[in-house]
Every structure is written in structure tokens, then in C-alpha cells.
Design a binder for this molecule. Structure first.
Ligand code: 26Q
Length: 822
């Protein structure tokens, strides 16, 4: 390997043990024989943290001297997952720590079980941010992540009678050893009030007289590169009331009111919004966005840049990457700083602003685009609204100049919408201000430029680019699949961990019977590991040594968990009615993992129905255990790490043109699952790379789906004309899974699918069933299946987030890794 194993060089099992015991005694205040698992976990975490700290301080010191361009990744979500193992791996302490603890009679596995993962994200977007900061550090790119330290992460999902019930995620209850608070560096963030003409200052400068403010307290997290000595920073902000909290209306010297005011301020970082598709225009959400963005910009300009840095040169020192529109209020915030605080004129400020922001879009659903009513925006951030209006005035003039007389186009493109209420379209603002706009997979970027943002792409074709998402191979292969990692390393060395294209060297081994046998052996021990975890969580069983067929992702209609359900019901109905001989059915466990947004009724009904079908199938002795449905509650990063390595089949079945990319699809392929999927998002690229013969494609492609939608889609025609589909839907409607109950979720889902079916599950049903038949046939030949699985691994190196980050560097950031040897 070319990178020096930093920690291993400097530390021994003995020194590690000494440090661990010192932490136990002097930080936890307990003796080893009295220590709880939590004490031991915290002592271990702090020991590991110490090792990384030196490197962190070094990285921070270099930040000033290097004068390098920094990538500031602004994201309302970072779905980090458990930290202990990843930190040990990065620091090259994993084997030292294991040996040290073994020597003390401690089971390190037990301690890992104590860790509560920080669930500071909803799903794909938040996890992508976490993968990206891992890759940035590993690639030696000076960078900093900025986000929110939610006191409550994504809710903990429980099931009561098969229905989702949300519980607060009190992830900080035992303290987090991975964060370091810096209250002394707190930043004031202002809200409300009004503006007036500034005395002096530049033309157009205004004074903002806010009427309340909160403190933003930074909490730093270490982001270690993989064994390269770099430790970057993730800075998450927590809201704290000022001691003299001066919200006018609460300022009457009333103690109870004062405490209430404090609570009000601290609510800003209290809880993550669990909606991830149909954003509600809630004031608190806007407060969160401005809160972390204002603090982050201030922090960067005053703490990361050298004192008195000339902001004319800002584009040489930073790109602020906007992770979706959530941080877009940064655009008027920078304008405000430059004009009102630094006295710049408008054109100069806009010239710089347009060079430092780039925007990543993560959706194709128009209803998922953020729009803020100007009433609300003006009340909370009056100066920012003025600036947005002015940006829009100039922009609209530009459109008129480019397309004389095309007022419809002007209306379509305007940053400010007039209907149904006057509101700011954040995606338009981001596109106008950003110097680049990227989608997250090839198809998505194409559709962005041809559909969602077509007017903008016509006006500024050079602004639009693609960066296909990726995942970190450190967490999602090396850590989560030690068996496969060992096999790969034995075959090709361990260079793949930081250079995933090297997996292509496994290709010849797909034809090696012994290699395939060992691959299968690993898959099956990963299933045993999964079965153990599921058993511990409840009475969920796997179907013997059968196929593990997994669909894990947020619950959304466009992702079509309902189509998966129709398949399961159809197989079950076929067995019950004698159409399908039980012996012909491949033993298989359908695994679901999915949280529904608490207010998303249809999604919750779908969960209820999946659980109802699962309960029925799992209890039906006539199936002889050949079919099982496992729906463990609370799918999260921790569970993903045991589930994905055990999967044979990856379900990626969204309606074509709706899933921007998907990243779970990549994790499965890299762990040797075959995909059954539509021609959507990154599936398109996966299929191209792994080959048609190693991928089960089905369903309409995007043009076909768009055409069917446009011609008038009638799901009842599919229901009436396909006997199997009808039988499956009728079985659901009959109450067969709900103890005879034909109301509630049953009626509602049946009616929706047969009457509306917005995402055309019924239209793709037959094709999906045919593809599932091919899956069954292919799985029957285990040797051929494992050949395909190995080829999936060998050909998926492209999906490393290291490659994504290199693409961002080349296409967008124009920043360079620091040359370590320089
Ligand atoms: C916005 C405003 C108010 C409240 C919530 C939100 C909000 C929060 C989260 C909106 C969207 C999200 C998350 C979106 C998301 O996860 N998108 C996914 O991003 C992945 C990474 O690019 C893609 O792979 C997925 O295709 C895409 O669905």
C-alpha cells in the first residue's frame, strides 16, 4: 500500500491498553471490573479519538498555511452512521484495539452494540453527504462540512399492530464521544424585524434591524481520511438562547416568559424534519435553514479564512456546494454581507457570489421543489427577501433580453412565482446564482436539463453537468462486509479500498469455481449474521438458506413498495390457489426496511399492509417456511450494514424517471447482490457496467412512462385484463391479510391503485413478474448466479464516492487534493 499506516507506526497494543484504562479511570471514573458496557464504549471511543486528534490539529494548522481552495459542503443532513468502527479503521487501530480489548477480556462486538448512531438525515441525500465527506478526507481535499446538530435525529420507527408509530430519537442521552463543543466560538444569527436605508455605505446598502437572535454553537466532528493522516472537520450547529434573550415580545421581565423564549430559540435545532419529498412551507424549517447557513458563512469568512482576507479573491478559496435547495438562503446572505456589511456595490457583490456557489439537485418530482411564500420569508428575513427581489429583477431583464416577447418563458423562469401565492422558488434561485448545477446520475442530469430546468439549460447550457453519486467503500464494503473484503484483498491486495476501480481485477475470478464457492460461503455466513440480528430484534425469521430479496429505502409511492407487495401477494395467491406448485417456488425472504414520513398517510397504509401480508405469510404453515417476509422496524445505517451484505437480490423498482439516482442500488451491487430494476436513476449506469446478462431489467423506460401518462393512464384496464394482477389485488381487497377487514388501508390502497396509481405500478406489473420468473430460473443455478454476483462486484468500482468527488473536483470545484509529499 502506498499510504503510511499512521497509527500502527506509532502505537502498540500495550500503549493502547494503557490509554484505554486511563480513559476508563479518569474520564469515566470507574475501575475495569465495575465498568458498564457504556463506560467501556466511551473509554474506547475517547482512546481512538485521542489518536486522531494530533492529525486533526495538524490538518487545521495546515488550513492557514496551505492557502488552498476549500470545499464547503452545506447540507441540512449528514446521516453519519456509527462512528467507532470507522474511526478505528481510518486510524489503522482496528486490530490493535481488538487485541488490546481481548487482552482485557472485553468483547469489542458488545461495545459496538452500545453505540447509538447519529441519525441526522432522512435517507439518500443525508447519507450521500456522509459518504462525500469521507471521500473528501480520503482524497486529501481541504474541506469542511456544515450542517445542523439536531438534538433529535430521524424518528425511531416502531410497529404497533403493524402500524408505524414514531418515537423520538434521543441519540444524545448517553452523551456523544465524537463531538467537541465550542461554545466560546458561538455565532449570533438574527431574524425578523425590518430594514431601512443605511447611513452612508454603498449605494443600495440597507440596514437590517432584526428583532430577535439566537446563538449558533459549533460542535466539531472529526472526519478522518482512510489512513492518510488527514482529519477534516464536520461542523454542526446547535441553537442556544442568548443569556439576555431579547425577543421583544418576551422582554417584560417575566421569568416564565423568559424561559419560554429560551425554549423557542433552542427549538431551532431541536429536531430534523422527517419529510423528504413534499416539503411543507413551515417557518421553523426556514429558521433551521437560515440558522445553519448564516452561522456557516460567518464561520468560514472569519475563522477559516485568514484575518482580513480580501473577499475579491473568495472564488480562489472556496466553493460552497449546496446540497439541494435547503441551504440556498446562503446566496442572499452572502450578498447581504458583501453589500450591507462590507460596503460593496451590487454588481461587484453579485459577480463574486456567482462564482462561489454550486447547486446539486436531488429530485425530479416538481412537488418536491422548495418554495417559500414571500410573506413568511419577508417576516423572518426581510433583507434577504429584498435581495432576492433584486436578483430576480435583474434576472428577468436578462431573460427578456435573450428571448424578446416571450413572456410565458419569463413567467416560467422567474425566481418569484405569483401563484397560488407569491413565493420564492429556491431551485430557480440556486440555478441563477450557482456557477454549476448538477444532477446525481446520468439520466437524472439529462432529465433536469430537458424537463425540470429546461428553460435554464437552454439559456446556460454550460452551467449544467452530471456527477453520478457514489458510496464510500470503507464503510459499505470494508467494514460492513469483512468476509468479502478479506476475499477480495486476498485476491488483488488491499489497494481497492481507496481505488475501487481495482475491483475489475476480480473479473477473471468470476470463472474460478473455487472463488465462487468461497464467495457463496461468505454470502451465506452474512445471512447467518443477519438472521442473528433479526432474531434479536424480535421473532423475524429468514427462509432457511434461501434467497434474500431486499427492498430498503424510504417509503414513497414513486419507489413503488406497492409493486413489490403485489408480487409477493401474487406468488402467495398462486400457491394458495394451486396455480403455482409450492415445490417450484424458490425459498426466499422478502426483506423490507422503510420509514414513512409521519404525515404521509398513503405511505403509512402501505407499511401497514406489508406487515399484514407478512404476518399472514409467516404464519402459514402450509408454505413450509419457503416464503418469509421480514420487515424489521427502524431501518437505519446500522441495520443497512448487516442487511446489504446478506442480500442476493436488490429491488430498485421506481417508476422510470422518478428516482434521481438511488445509492442503495450501488451498495447492493458492490456487495454482490443482483439487481432487479427499472431503467431509472443510477440503475441505468449499473446495468451498463455490470452487463445486461447480470441485471434483471423490467418495466417502461422514461419515454414510455411519459408517453403513457400523457395519453391518459387507466390502471383499471390493467386490473381487468391481467388475471394474476386481478387475483392479487382481489385477495388484498377480500381482507385475506387483515382478518377479514376490507376497510382502512385495504380499501384505500386498492382504490388508489385501481383508480389513480400515480406511479403506474399496475402498468409495470406483468413485466415485473416476468423478470421475477427470470430471477427464479437464474437462482436455481447457484454457480451461474454467483458468477453474475462476482461480476457485479468486479464491475461496480465506478460507484465509489471517491470517483464522485474526483468528478466534482474536475467538473465543478476546480480544487485539488493537497499533495502530501510536497
Ligand atoms: C425539504 C424541505 C422541508 C423539509 C424537508 C425537506 C427535504 C428533506 C430531505 C427534502 C428532501 C430530502 C431528501 C431527499 C433525498 O434523499 N433525495 C435522494 O437523494 C439521493 C442522493 O442524491 C438520491 O440517490 C435519491 O434518488 C433521492 O431521492
Amino acid at each position: 500500500e502506498n499510504t503510511p499506516p499512521v497509527a500502527a507506526r506509532e502505537h502498540t497494543v500495550e500503549s493502547f491498553t494503557r490509554e484505554f484504562l486511563r480513559e476508563l479511570n479518569f474520564s469515566q471514573g470507574v475501575d475495569l471490573d465495575r465498568a458498564s458496557d457504556n463506560d467501556k464504549y466511551l473509554a474506547l471511543a475517547k482512546t481512538v479519538r485521542h489518536y486522531l486528534m494530533t492529525r486533526w490539529l495538524e490538518t487545521l494548522r495546515n488550513q492557514y498555511t496551505d492557502q488552498a481552495k476549500t470545499v464547503a459542503y452545506l447540507s441540512a443532513e449528514f446521516l453519519l452512521g456509527p462512528q467507532l468502527e470507522n474511526s478505528m479503521l481510518a486510524a489503522n487501530l482496528d486490530s490493535i484495539a481488538a487485541e488490546s480489548l481481548r487482552g482485557l477480556g472485553i468483547d469489542i462486538e458488545e461495545l459496538r452494540g452500545v453505540e447509538i448512531e447519529p441519525g441526522l438525515g432522512n435517507g439518500g441525500l443525508g447519507r450521500l453527504a456522509a459518504c462525500f465527506i469521507d471521500s473528501l478526507a480520503t482524497l486529501n481535499v481541504p474541506s469542511i462540512g456544515y450542517g445542523i446538530r439536531y438534538e433529535y435525529g430521524i424518528f425511531r420507527q416502531t410497529f404497533v399492530d403493524g402500524k408505524q408509530v414514531e418515537k423520538p430519537d434521543d441519540w444524545l442521552r448517553l452523551g456523544s464521544p465524537w463531538e467537541i463543543a465550542h461554545p466560546e466560538n458561538a455565532v449570533e444569527v438574527h431574524f425578523g424585524g425590518h430594514t431601512k436605508k443605511a447611513h452612508g455605505g454603498a449605494e443600495g446598502a440597507r440596514a437590517w434591524l432584526p428583532d430577535w437572535h439566537v446563538m449558533a454553537v459549533p460542535y466539531n466532528y472529526m472526519v478522518p481520511g482512510y489512513r492518510n493522516g488527514r482529519v477534516n472537520t464536520l461542523r454542526l450547529w446547535s441553537a442556544k438562547a442568548t443569556r439576555a434573550f431579547d425577543l421583544q415580545i418576551f422582554n417584560e421581565g417575566d421569568y416564565e416568559e423568559a424561559v419560554r423564549a429560551q425554549t423557542f430559540a433552542e427549538n431551532i435545532s431541536k429536531v430534523i424534519y422527517p419529510e423528504d419529498s413534499t416539503p411543507q412551507g413551515k417557518e421553523l424549517r426556514l429558521q433551521q435553514q437560515y440558522f445553519f447557513v448564516a452561522a456557516s458563512l460567518r464561520d468560514f469568512l472569519t475563522n477559516v479564512l485568514p484575518p482580513d482576507y480580501p473577499l475579491e479573491n473568495l472564488p480562489n478559496r472556496v466553493t460552497w456546494q449546496l446540497n439541494d435547495t435547503h441551504p440556498v438562503i446562503a446566496v442572499p446572505e452572502l450578498m447581504r454581507i458583501l453589500i450591507d456589511e462590507r460596503g460593496w456595490d451590487w454588481d461587484k457583490a453579485w459577480g463574486i457570489t456567482q462564482q462561489v456557489f454550486a447547486y446539486t439537485c436531488h429530485t425530479l418530482l416538481p412537488e418536491a421543489l422548495e418554495v417559500w411564500p414571500t410573506d413568511l420569508l419577508g417576516k423572518l428575513l426581510p433583507r434577504h427577501l429584498e435581495i432576492i427581489y433584486q436578483i430576480n429583477d435583474e434576472f428577468v431583464d436578462q431573460v427578456r433580453a435573450a428571448y424578446p416577447g416571450d413572456e410565458l418563458r419569463v413567467r416560467r423562469m422567474s425566481i418569484v412565482a405569483e401563484h397560488p401565492v407569491r413565493a420564492v422558488r429556491m431551485a430557480h434561485l440556486a440555478t441563477v446564482a450557482g456557477f454549476k448545477v448538477n444532477g446525481v446520475a446520468a439520466l437524472h442530469s439529462k432529465l433536469l436539463a430537458e424537463k425540470l430546468l429546461v428553460d435554464f439549460a437552454q439559456m446556460w447550457p454550460e452551467k449544467f453537468t452530471n456527477v453520478t453519486n457514489g458510496i464510500t467503500p470503507r464503510r459499505f464494503v470494508r467494514l460492513s462486509n469483512p468476509g468479502l473484503s478479506g476475499l477480495i484483498t486476498e485476491a488483488i491486495g488491499d489497494g481497492w479500498i481507496t481505488d475501487l476501480d481495482q475491483l475489475s481485477r476480480l473479473e477473471p475470478l468470476a470463472d474460478d469455481a473455487e472463488f465462487r464457492r468461497r464467495f457463496r460461503e461468505i454470502k451465506s455466513s452474512n445471512k447467518v449474521r443477519l438472521a442473528g440480528v433479526l432474531a434479536k430484534r424480535g421473532d423475524i425469521e429468514l427462509a432457511g438458506d434461501g434467497m434474500v430479496d431486499a427492498m430498503v429505502k424510504r417509503l414513497h409511492e414513486y419507489k413503488r413498495q406497492s409493486l413489490k407487495l403485489l408480487h409477493i401477494v401474487s406468488v402467495y395467491e398462486g400457491i394458495c390457489s394451486g396455480r403455482i406448485p409450492l415445490d417450484s417456488v424458490t425459498p426466499r425472504t422478502f426483506v423490507f426496511g422503510a420509514k414513512a414520513a409521519p404525515g404521509y398517510v398513503r405511505a403509512k397504509e402501505t407499511i401497514e399492509l406489508i406487515n399484514a401480508v407478512g404476518r399472514t405469510i409467516n404464519a402459514d404453515a402450509s408454505l413450509k417456511g419457503r416464503l418469509k417476509v421480514a420487515f424489521p422496524a427502524n431501518y437505519n445505517v446500522t441495520l443497512a450494514e448487516v442487511l446489504i451484505p446478506a442480500a442476493d437480490l436488490s429491488e430498485q423498482i421506481s417508476l422510470a424517471g422518478k428516482e434521481a439516482s438511488g445509492t442503495g442500488n450501488m451498495k447492493f451491487a458492490l456487495n454482490g447482490a443482483l439487481t432487479i430494476g427499472t431503467d431509472d436513476g443510477a440503475n441505468v449506469e449499473i446495468r451498463k457496467l455490470v452487463g445486461d446478462e447480470n441485471f434483471f431489467l423490467f418495466g417502461m423506460d422514461e419515454p414510455a412512462a411519459a408517453a403513457l401518462q400523457a395519453s391518459g393512464y387507466h390502471p383499471d384496464e390493467f386490473y381487468e385484463s391481467d388475471a394474476d394482477l386481478k387475483a392479487a389485488l382481489d385477495m388484498i381487497a377480500s381482507g385475506a391479510f387483515t382478518g377479514g377487514d376490507q376497510g382502512g388501508a385495504v380499501t384505500s390502497i386498492f382504490a388508489d391503485l385501481t383508480e389513480h396509481d400515480r406511479f403506474m405500478a399496475l402498468a409495470d406489473f406483468r413485466s415485473y413478474l416476468d423478470a421475477q420468473a427470470k430471477v427464479e430460473a437464474a437462482y436455481a443455478d447457484q454457480d451461474a448466479w454467483s458468477r453474475s454476483a462476482v461480476l457485479n462486484v468486479a464491475r461496480s468500482g465506478f460507484f465509489s464516492s471517491d470517483r464522485s468527488i474526483r468528478d466534482y473536483l474536475d467538473r465543478i470545484w476546480k480544487a485539488k487534493p493537497i499533495d502530501q509529499n510536497a
